[in-house]
Design a protein around this ligand. Structure first.
Ligand SMILES: Nc1ncnc2c1ncn2[C@@H]1O[C@H](COP(=O)(O)OP(=O)(O)OP(=O)(O)O)[C@@H](O)[C@H]1O
Ligand SMILES: O=P(O)(O)OC[C@H]1O[C@H](OP(=O)(O)OP(=O)(O)O)[C@H](O)[C@@H]1O
Ligand SMILES: [Mg+2]
Length: 283
């Protein structure tokens, strides 16, 4: 079968999480900073390490079969690709920001102003939709210093914690787009068996990340109360303990409501609660 090619970011915000995800999928490969291509030894896959800007086009043109990139980069490049899986990392918002001491009130106040950005396509689409004529100045990085240098009145860039805006004397003015890392594929190739297999592995890793394996001990008299507190779990295992009248309950619960569950379980008589990470969940 033909070897699959995946494009991931060579260095930057998405590189580490992308490599970690592929390793968690059980793929073995070397990750030398100097090499731009790496062969997976236990799956027919080659990894191409690229600038993120190039990934959507490489996938569209079939140079790579799949790619891992921020949604914002896909929107900026205007390519035709298929979204295979949202990946839950690289989460950020693309915002227009203005100097802290400015008195812009609404979007219309940007009319006639200069806005610096590395994402001119997304910004221009937004401005057109809002019927605003602004001067879009494209720069390739360090966008947040543009107003301080007198190059622009406002900026349009990625914001996550807001720390970069604050340390450059800027404040958020308008949210334009939310983004996260996405696995993309070439249109028409969605049923390639290798892509489906990799996708299944990625989904099983993501599912496992969202849940914990919990083991707890409880007196039999309290068992019904405990089971009633474990919604969504198909069927927890209940095993007898050496001590008479006691059982161990094994179950899987979502990470997001972990603490409220744990406190409720304790209140209902659960003891010796052990919580363990899960590596993969295959449905
Ligand atoms: N502060 C952030 N928090 C979360 N996600 C972010 C953040 N900054 C960027 N991202 C996401 O990660 C992607 C890569 O960001 P990065 O800053 O590494 O891009 P870059 O400098 O253009 O990289 P490259 O050298 O590959 O062109 C962005 O396109 C965005 O989707
Ligand atoms: O809201 P914050 O948490 O401060 O994050 C936002 C910053 O993160 C990104 O840059 P990055 O640090 O990746 O550097 P880069 O500009 O060199 O890509 C982005 O371009 C912002 O400058
Ligand atoms: Mg880039």
């Amino acid at each position: 079968m033909k070897t699959l090619k995946i494009a991931i970011q060579k260095s930057g915000r998405l590189n580490e999480k992308s490599v970690e995800l592929l390793k968690n999928c059980g793929l073995s490969f070397e990750n030398y900073k100097s090499s731009l291509i790496s062969t997976v030894s236990n799956f027919p896959l080659e990894i191409l390490f690229l600038r993120d800007d190039d990934i959507p086009e490489y996938v569209q043109d079939g140079i790579a079969d799949i790619g891992l990139v921020g949604e914002n980069v896909i929107a900026e490049t205007n390519v035709e690709v298929t979204y295979l899986q949202r990946l839950g990392f690289g989460k950020c918002t693309l915002k227009i920001a203005v100097p802290k001491d400015s008195n812009y009130k609404n979007i219309a106040d940007l009319d006639g102003k200069a806005i610096a950005t590395s994402y001119p396509v997304i910004l221009q689409n937004f401005l057109d939709k809002e019927n605003i004529k602004a001067d879009v100045k494209t720069i390739s990085g360090s966008v947040e210093i543009a107003p301080g240098l007198g190059l622009a009145d406002a900026i349009f860039d990625i914001v996550s914690t807001g720390g970069t805006l604050r340390s450059n004397g800027l404040m958020p003015f308008a949210d334009v787009m939310k983004s996260e890392a996405i696995l993309i594929g070439r249109k028409g190739e969605e049923n390639n068996p290798l892509i489906l297999e990799l996708l299944q592995r990625i989904q099983s890793v993501m599912r496992a990340k969202e849940t914990k394996y919990v083991v707890l001990n409880v007196a039999k008299v309290n068992l019904d109360k405990i089971l009633a507190l474990l919604p969504g779990v198909k069927s927890p295992s209940v095993l007898p303990l050496a001590e008479d009248g006691w059982v161990a309950v094994h179950t899987v619960i979502p990470e997001r409501d972990f603490w409220s569950h744990i406190n409720e379980l304790k209140a209902a008589g659960a003891q010796g609660i052990v919580v363990m990470p899960i590596e993969k969940i295959i449905l």
